[in-house]
Design a protein around this ligand. Structure first.
Ligand SMILES: OC[C@H]1O[C@H](O[C@H]2O[C@H](CO)[C@@H](O)[C@H](O)[C@H]2O)[C@H](O)[C@@H](O)[C@@H]1O
Length: 546
């Protein structure tokens, strides 16, 4: 049984949340739902009822602000934590020939302790006073307003931790996710109860793959394989859809939250976005916003539809559920294969075959529904109009990253993808690969360049072994590292996203101001440095640095 909703009348739904968020007590809607109650929840609710009674149900914004001050505090559920396995000079740094890049990598490693947190015992003792979901082990947060554990961010955080030889911290984070699966049946978007009605890109088994590869810890795998499997089954049971292309039926996955209420952490924004609709359509509008958030791309023209199936509209027309996303299906295909590898390691041949077959059937559907042979790339599929969305997104390259295509033809696939990359004009962007070519003002669009998407395209192209693809990969890995260094030198922080046009400048748009820290930025930079700047792979790095 899975719990996919949050019942809290303070943090998730109800009059109190509605009143506080509509009063705009804080500029950022997330601030309120992250607050701690001074009293048990029943006292907070009784105090709120008194406020409503004494104001004839119409408190002024000042009265609401006073109510929040009297009943909530901002800080105190997480403590800074010193990971015992932190080292400031992990071995891989020595292998980096370029001194500037080596120093930068050392700086990235030195940021880990500032992102390390542990949940205080008070949260476990008084769960009703907090929106934070307690997890047993210390972990890395993304940074800034993102003060909790995030699902897909952690894939790249764990990559960086493993390069930094922080295997205990990586294992602790994995076990946090496993404990969430055991409690809720799936991994929520993040470790807050208001994230309980959606997940995020399914990368848990792949994180476990990174850990097992680095440590060869098969005993750990044996203990946790059932939970890893149950997470993937959750996706198969809850996020799969039958679609039709050219008269043939296929089964693939989509992002699809069932919850038809505003996101509590963006309550005011969602109410405004869906205001044009009547009650029933509103529910659909909220479900689609939450499904967009489940994709990790919140928000993007990728989920926006005009009546003709184009993107010429706005957030009110986010229809994430109708999209069959290239990246989601590639992650799942790779995860199924990963599970098969795990079962082989554990000596369970039947299960190994079962998951390999699942991966192969997924791969076939990806090829037949999403691949465009003429353009040499994969496209998202619009299940409503039964047609591909032929738009540039870095996620189009995800099958190369995930190996979810016929890898015996990798040179051909790589060559075609390289041609697509240059034909779409992406070579012009010196600050990184843009998220789309649509300047919608949303944060997962042009001109923003996001760290995980850089890794997916760059490693995807590199892994094909095709010469042209490998050249593009190297160019963009170096451009990315240069942009990160430039940004760090001027602002002394790592940002969550950058600007593809102006190298090193931070990105913008969307519903909150740019955040720094930053978990996945550090992980991706370390991963690309490890792939492109370490000894043997790095003959003339100084000459090529721009
Ligand atoms: O508060 C708005 C949204 O914030 C998160 O999304 C963004 O930050 C996450 C953490 O770095 C990242 O995983 C996500 O891709 C970003 O778009 C949160 O995950 C959303 O659910 C939330 O609505």
């Amino acid at each position: 049984d899975t719990i996919q909703s949050c019942e809290s009348l303070i943090y998730c739904q109800g009059k109190l949340l509605d009143t506080v968020q509509k009063a705009r007590v804080f500029d950022d809607s997330k601030t309120f739902v992250d607050m701690i109650q001074r009293n048990p929840a029943n006292v907070t609710l009784a105090n709120f009822e008194n406020l409503m009674d004494s104001t004839d149900d119409h408190p002024t914004d000042e009265e609401v602000t006073q109510f929040v001050t009297d009943n909530f505090v901002s800080e105190g559920e997480l403590e800074d934590w010193s990971p015992a396995d932190y080292k400031n000079n992990p071995k891989f740094l020595k292998k980096i020939e370029d001194i500037v890049v080596r120093d930068f990598a050392r700086t990235l490693v030195s940021i880990w302790p500032s992102l390390a947190r542990k949940v205080k015992p008070e949260v476990t003792d008084n769960p009703d006073r907090h929106s934070l979901i307690p997890v047993p082990n210390g972990f890395m947060v993304p940074g800034g307003r993102f003060k909790e554990l995030y699902y897909w961010d952690s894939y790249w955080i764990i990559k960086g931790l493993l390069l930094s030889e922080m295997t205990d911290t990586a294992r602790g984070m994995l076990e946090n996710f496993l404990s969430l699966v055991q409690r809720f049946g799936f991994v929520p978007n993040g470790s807050r109860i208001y994230y309980l009605n959606r997940s995020q890109p399914p990368l848990l088994s792949l994180m476990a793959g990174l850990y097992v590869e680095a440590t060869k810890d098969v005993d750990w795998l044996e203990k946790n394989i059932d939970t890893l499997e149950s997470e993937l089954k959750w996706w198969l049971n809850n996020r799969v859809i039958d679609i039709e292309r050219d008269g043939v039926k296929y089964t693939l996955a989509h992002y699809a939250s069932e919850s038809g209420t505003p996101r509590p952490e963006s309550y005011y924004e969602d109410i405004r976005t869906c205001a044009v609709y009547g009650e029933e359509e509103k529910e659909n509008c909220y479900q689609n916003l939450k499904s967009g958030a489940e994709s990790g791309w919140d928000f993007s023209s990728r989920w926006i539809f005009d009546p003709k199936g184009g993107t010429n509209s706005n957030l009110t027309h986010v229809e994430a559920k109708r999209v069959i996303p290239v990246d989601l299906n590639s992650y799942l295909c790779k995860a199924f294969k990963q599970l098969s590898v795990f079962y082989e390691l554990l000596g369970d041949a039947d299960k190994a075959i079962q998951w390999l077959e699942k991966s192969s059937s997924w791969q076939k559907s990806i090829e037949l529904v999403l691949y465009d042979r003429t353009d040499g790339i994969w496209y998202d599929y619009d299940s409503a109009l039964q047609q591909p969305r032929k738009l540039f997104f870095p996620s189009n390259f995800a099958p190369l990253w995930a190996g979810s295509y016929d890898v015996s033809l990798s040179d051909e696939y790589g060559s075609r993808a390289a041609r697509y990359f240059t034909d779409t004009g992406i070579m012009d962007y010196t600050g990184g690969i843009p998220t789309s070519l649509d300047q919608s003002g949303e944060q997962w669009d042009y001109p923003n360049a996001w760290p995980p998407l850089q890794e997916i395209v760059v490693l995807g192209l590199k892994q094909t072994g095709n010469e042209e693809a490998a050249k593009i990969a190297e160019t963009f890995a170096r451009r990315w590292v240069d942009a990160n260094i430039r940004g760090y030198n001027s602002d002394k922080v790592m940002f969550e996203k950058y600007d593809a046009v102006h190298s090193g400048q931070y990105g913008g748009g969307g519903e909150y101001t740019v955040q720094s820290g930053f978990g996945w930025s550090n992980g991706v930079a370390l991963s690309l440095i490890n792939n492109f700047y370490v000894e043997g792979d790095n003959k003339s790095s100084k000459a090529r640095r721009r």
